[in-house]
Every structure is written in C-alpha cells, then in structure tokens.
Design a binder for this molecule. Structure first.
Ligand SMILES: *Cc1c(COP(=O)(O)O)cnc(C)c1O
Length: 360
C-alpha cells in the first residue's frame, strides 16, 4: 500500500487513523453485525453515532445552547439558496464578494431578494480581503454574508467584518475546525465537510435558534426549511448517515490531538514551512497579499505556464498529488488541511527546492 501526499482542495485528505478505524468497523460495527452503511438511521446504534458526533462538535467549537447543529445534504452550494429562503425577511442582504464561492452565493441570493455587493476583491483576482471595518451595511439587511476562507484564491478573513449589528452568515467550508472560533459572533456558520472534516455529502449548519422560524419565503420546499431539520434532529428524512459517522470520527481525532487550539498551532507551523519557502524562493511565489494568507489553501506560481505544468507533472510522479491550481488562478495550489501531516509539507518544500535548482 502506498499512500501519497494529497494536496487536493476537496474532497481532501483525511486522518489515516480515521480511515483505518472505519475499515476495521466496515463489516461489523461494534457487534451489530453490519456496516454503518447498512444500518437504519432510526436504530439505537445510529442515534448514538449522530448524538455523539453533535456532542463532540459542540465541545470542540464551544457551541452555545441557543445554537442548533444540523447535518444536511446538498453541499455548501445548496446553502446559497437555503440561507436567503430562510433568512431574508426584509428581502435584503449584503454580500462581501471575496472569491468564486462568495460570488455564487451572491448571485443565488439575487433570485430571492435584493442582494447587495457591499465589498469585493475581484479587481485583483480575489488576491486580498478588502477592508471591512466600515462598510455601507444596508439598514434593512437581514444578514451580512462572507466566505471566511477562500478555497480557490487562498485568502482568509483574519478579522470578521463590522456588520454594524446585523447577523453574520459565514461559509467556512475550507477552514472548518482549523482554529478556535467564537460562535457567538455569527448567526449562521456552515460548511461542506469534504474540505476539512469528512467525505462529501454532508453539510454542517450551526445556526442561532432565533433565526429558525416558520416565516420562510413563499414556495420554500419543505426540505429547504431549517425548522423542519431542527425540529427533527437532522432526521426529517434519511440523513447522510455514513458521512456523519466519519465526521464523528474526525471530531474525536481532533479532540485527541488537543482540540482547536492545538489544530491552529499545528496548521500555523505547517503553513509557515511553505510560506517561508515561497518568500525566499527565486522561482516560486505566492499569489496572495501576505496579511490575508490562508492557513489551509496556498496558491503559488512560477510565472511561466510551461514550468508550472512541468512542476505539477514531476511532483505527481514523486507522490505529491493534486497540486494543479484552479483554472482561474493557474499555477499551483497546495491545500494543507488539518489531516495533512507537517512532513508532507516539509517534503513538498524539499521537492520544490530541488526543482528550483534543476530549473534555474
Ligand atoms: C467547495 C466549496 C463550496 C462548494 O461546496 P459543494 O459542497 O461542492 O457545494 C462552497 N464554498 C466553499 C468555501 C468551498 O470551498
């Protein structure tokens, strides 16, 4: 068996321990004689799995009592519609557009009401986070929306925007559980789990209870109402049962590693190895303004497309895979999520140094 160093942006690397445990339990989950995949979601064994997953997530993120945790389907993209359908009481919302995912969310919200783009970094290919300390927040805005870590462009909000008292909604798909978070600053925190937590198919929504109401936009499908999922403990219909089980294992792994403070230290140490090299390299350079750099997604270029392609090809052959950058940025991107060990980044940097010498 040969495991590679997988720098995929998502679906992405998971802790090896978790995968091994899941393999061990594949045919017989704790004496039930069946796989979790084959289990009724109404069974006692499954109820224990989802309850424990929620409890562990609440502990990790220190989620207050007045927030619900929902395990839903449809990916992060489904939330682009679900958020306005449930939250747009005045039919007005403000969007900060810092990348493609934020832009898609902004465009989707326009289907349901007045979505205002109150800030953007599109002028420089989303390579920075705009100053959000004094934005023209709409007086009747139902919420202010951000994508907190921009997976494609490699930027991250280091301070949250000043929403002037309005509810903050954040897509944290690619920075979920990467560092401690003050949940009370948000109305909604949500993310697809396939970046930093588990297998594709689960989206986690952490939502303040007062935002969960019957008062959704007319025509909102039952399946897209937060209330129906909240009232039914994420079991209105069959939940993404196996995915939630794996998420639960990842929560336990993070707890064992020391929780979110330890995750942050680990992620900072990892990112430093790569950024320090990029800052000293004559061949490779980062594409993001330094103060806005993400700990999770690190785009870089050589400035020469042919050389970029050669690098990606040789890196792949050497066991560093999925380094090709997003088509809108070009070059390379190393996604170094929680489960990427520091050795993976150190070895990647060694490989980059060697490539630089050979191609000087
Ligand atoms: C990947 C990603 C999405 C889209 O997720 P899907 O689950 O494929 O819909 C949305 N937002 C961010 C920040 C992402 O990284």
């Amino acid at each position: 068996m040969a495991r590679v160093y997988n720098f995929s942006a998502g679906p992405a690397v998971l802790p090896e321990e978790v995968l091994k445990e899941a393999a061990d339990e594949m045919l017989d989950y704790k004496g039930t004689g069946m796989s979790v995949m084959e289990m009724s979601h109404r069974s006692k064994a499954y109820q224990a799995i989802i309850d424990e997953a929620e409890a562990d997530l609440r502990e990790l993120m220190n989620i207050p009592e007045n927030y619900k945790v929902l395990f839903l389907q449809g990916g992060a993209s489904q939330q682009f519609a679900m958020i306005p359908m449930n939250l747009m009481k005045n039919k007005v919302a403000d969007y900060i557009v810092t990348g493609q995912w934020a832009k898609k969310a902004y465009q989707e919200a326009q289907l349901y009401g007045k979505a205002n783009k109150i800030a953007s970094s599109e002028d420089k290919t989303f390579s920075y986070i705009p100053d959000c300390s004094d934005l023209p927040i709409s007086e009747d805005a139902d919420y202010v929306y951000i994508c907190e870590n921009n997976t494609i462009y490699g930027t991250k909000f280091k301070t949250l925007p000043n929403t002037k008292g309005k509810t903050l909604v954040a897509d944290v798909s690619s920075c979920f559980l990467s560092e401690p978070v003050d949940v009370t600053k948000y109305g909604v925190i949500y993310g697809g789990v396939q970046k930093n937590i588990g297998p594709a198919g689960v989206v986690i929504v952490i939502i303040r209870e007062d935002l969960i109401t019957e008062d959704t936009l007319p025509g909102t499908p039952t399946m897209l109402k937060y209330k129906i999922h909240a009232d039914n403990g994420s079991m209105y219909n069959t939940p993404p049962a196996y995915g939630i089980y794996i998420c639960g294992k990842v929560f336990k792994w993070i707890k064992k590693m020391g929780g979110l403070t330890a995750m942050k230290e680990r992620n900072e140490a990892k990112a430093k190895v790569l950024y320090d090299f990029l800052d000293s390299s004559k061949l490779f350079k980062g594409t993001v303004r330094k103060e806005d750099r993400s700990l999770m997604n690190v785009p870089f270029v050589t400035g020469n497309e042919e050389l970029d392609a050669k690098f990606v090809k040789e890196a792949t052959a050497a066991g560093f895979v999925n380094l090709k950058g997003h088509r809108t940025v070009g070059g390379m991107r190393a996604s170094i999520y929680n489960a990427m060990p520091i050795e993976g980044v150190q070895k990647l940097v060694e490989f980059m140094k060697k490539f630089e010498e050979e191609n000087a």
